[in-house]
Design a protein around this ligand. Structure first.
Ligand code: ATP
Length: 244
């Protein structure tokens, strides 16, 4: 009999992470773990430290203490770009689009570390299949796109890096309700293809509905975690994060 997922070694693990900006301790000892194939949501109020935690996981920020592990190996000495090569890929808050580059140039940036040119072309074709709107406009400057289209470019670019773990920072931010639905459908679809996802969202209700587990972050600490349904039913979560 195969072991339950929870007893296998995590694909991504954050251990007792602390991150400071000068005297501001934005993350004050946060731990979390993602097992292969999971879609996990991280929710919390503005300023709780979610983006800071993601930036430390990707190597953009150096932690003051604690560590990040991928495949059971510590990433302390692994540069941000090497983490991308190892499959740890982020779609940043605000999307990080190169406004003066075309859609296609933006997408290809996701593959800049790859040497498997043929497979890159096949992956580009599959991103265009997933987002036909981007294909129609592939020469258009990305800065002229709507927020939802830019989010598609950011996700497409991340997919071209062949993620094993995808870190999504507020993908629904600033989008119309229809576009939010479309983006969450894409997230669900990417997860169904086996990509492990950590979804950071202000839209806590939607994020927990699509996740198997969730973490709640408050003032730099993980204050609650558990099965997503348990968090959705938790009176404290309902009051503080779901507005119920
Ligand atoms: P939001 O949902 O608003 O993006 P968040 O949970 O992602 O919030 P962070 O952006 O990680 O939170 O911010 C955590 C804390 O660190 C906040 O108090 C914020 O003001 C502070 N902070 C973030 N970036 C910097 C920075 N570059 N310099 C100084 N302080 C920062």
């Amino acid at each position: 009999m195969s072991a339950p997922a929870s007893s296998a070694a995590p694909l991504l693990e954050v251990r007792d992470l602390q991150v400071s900006y000068g005297g501001i301790r934005a993350v004050q000892g946060a731990s979390l773990a993602l097992h292969a194939g999971e879609l996990v949501s991280l929710i919390g109020a503005n300023g709780a430290g979610k983006t800071t935690l993601l930036n430390a996981v990707t190597g953009l920020l150096a932690p003051a203490a604690g560590s990040v592990w991928l495949d059971g190996q510590p990433l302390d000495r692994v540069e941000a770009w090497q983490r991308v090569s190892q499959g740890l890929v982020m779609v940043p808050e605000g999307r990080g689009i190169f406004a003066r580059m075309s859609i296609e140039e933006n997408l290809r940036m996701g593959a800049y570390l790859r040497r498997d040119a043929q497979q890159v072309e096949a992956d580009l074709a599959s991103v265009y299949q997933r987002f036909p709107r981007l294909k129609e406009r592939r020469q258009q400057l990305a800065g002229t796109l709507s927020g939802g289209e830019q989010q598609m470019v950011a996700m497409g670019r991340a997919l071209l890096a062949r993620p094993r773990v995808l870190l999504l920072d507020e993908p629904s931010m600033g989008l119309s309700p229809l576009m939010v639905d479309a983006i969450f459908d894409v997230v669900r679809d990417i997860a169904a293809q086996g990509v492990t996802i950590l979804l950071v969202e202000q839209n806590a209700h939607r994020a927990l509905q699509m996740a198997s587990r969730g973490y709640v972050m408050d003032s730099g600490r993980i204050t609650l975690d558990g099965p997503a349904q348990q968090l959705l039913d938790d009176p404290k979560v309902r009051e503080a994060y779901l507005g119920l």
